[in-house]
Design a protein around this ligand. Sequence first.
Ligand code: ATP
Length: 539
Amino acid sequence: MRSHKELSHKLFGVGVGVIQVLFILWFMRATGVNLKNLSKTMNRSDNFGKNIKKYNVEKGIKITFDNIAGCENPKLEMKEFVDFLKNPEKYHKAGAKLPKGALLGGPPGTGKTLMAKACAGESNVPFFYMSGSDFVEKYVGVGASRVRKLFEAARKEAPAIIFIDEIDAVGRQRSSMGGGEKDSTLNQLLVEMDGFSSKDNVVIFAASNRLDILDKALKRPGRFDRMIEFSLPNREEREAIYQIHLKGLVTSQAHDIIAKKLSPLSTGFSGADIKNICNEAAIIAARASKLSIEMIDFERAIERVVGGLEKKITLTPEEKRLIAINEAGKAVVSWFLEYAPSLLKMSIIPRSKTNLGFSQYIPSDDKIQIEAALRDNICYKLGGRCAEEMFFGEVTTGAQKDLEKCYEIAHNIVTKLGMAKSLYNVRLHYNEFGQKAYSDKTNQQADEETEKIIKEELVRCKQILKEKKDLVDKLADRLIEKETLDIIQIKEVLGPRPKISDEALQKTIDDVEDMLKKREEEDKAKAAKTQQVIIPNPT
Ligand code: ATP
């Protein structure tokens, strides 16, 4: 009797167990959890030290300094590292202590990664690559572990180059509170750098768009001893970069002629933008089944890089007029200011839901700008908003980006350039913990000065628009009619630009005009020839 009861208890227990397992399996299915993932998740926390994401390593890199145009100063500095990696003995014998590496700073796409790779290619050493953001994980200690592994691997394969991109992701000034995953990663990086000598034959490069926010400890002697600055290419450099990226492309004119024509149209563009333009132009030409890439394809590619892709967004006539007035307002104000950038093209073909109109302005190539130039930049950018107010009696969201830019320039004038009246020659700065190193009173003063500059420029902008209201109206009408206006069509409405301070910029605009006129003549000649072939002479 008892054994029968025990048996039925056991069977009941097994039954409940089976139901539990079935329920768990059903629950996992319903919630999308599978056994593989579950075990991965469970192992993750135990294994994070061993199972860390690996760095990338490239060997036998074929990139050399010949693949980089411009950047002459960075190239000179990097050549020293190449010589060291190729002939370390020479330096060791002389007892020379070489820099452990360099910080490469500058705007995005200016060739920092390319230069580090070329350095590896020239010295024929392995290139260990990791991005700062790859180090950072939510698990404490993972970042530090990744740093250790990276240095360990590079040492094993020495001579080698370590390249850490976006170093600011871990190298920002450490917090005053201490601790934190980022801080421990940075500490490990500093420990590793201190722990090896030039005898290890490993060179470390780290890149950032913001060298100014990096922790001072990184820049101390014995760590990143050198800082190499990359900047946006000038006219000649852009021409040379175009030549590099035109290689292999079938173009309707010689590469050097195209590079010469495109360079002035690409002021303010980085090497990466230029590469992008060449590729976009090839795609545009191929889509039109052309046998070679023509100048017009490159121009369209520039438009696409500056303004974005044209989108099919239907606009009502009222919306079109609003956009046209906004663009025309800016165009007219810029036309009558000595230092405003040069207008080249206008369009009311939408590029995105927030970018419904687009105008291409060419900024000056000058590295140093006077205060009047900065103010002219604010003044013309306010032209869109002021014109809306003048023509429609109310304002819209269309000027959002322009207003952002205006504030940025005005704020820089006050806080970084020491040009504001009440804070003359004062540069406001942050302490090593990233906090404001000035009083609340100064902060308020800076806010007031920024506002004052914008208000002053608003008055100037309104005055120009009041005087030239007819021109804004005419230009907007023409823009609505044609949808896109080139510089010749703009000039037909506005007349010649009265004064422009930058002769090089004026020459660029003249060159573009000549180019457009020549193209029109060529098109006309082509059309006439085709007509002659189709309609044979009746005699
Ligand atoms: P980021 O700060 O965004 O990481 P970066 O400064 O590291 O950018 P790179 O990644 O080196 O820029 O550049 C992207 C691409 O742009 C390169 O692979 C190269 O094709 C092109 N490029 C940039 N600068 C030059 C240059 N001076 N000469 C030739 N090509 C260039």
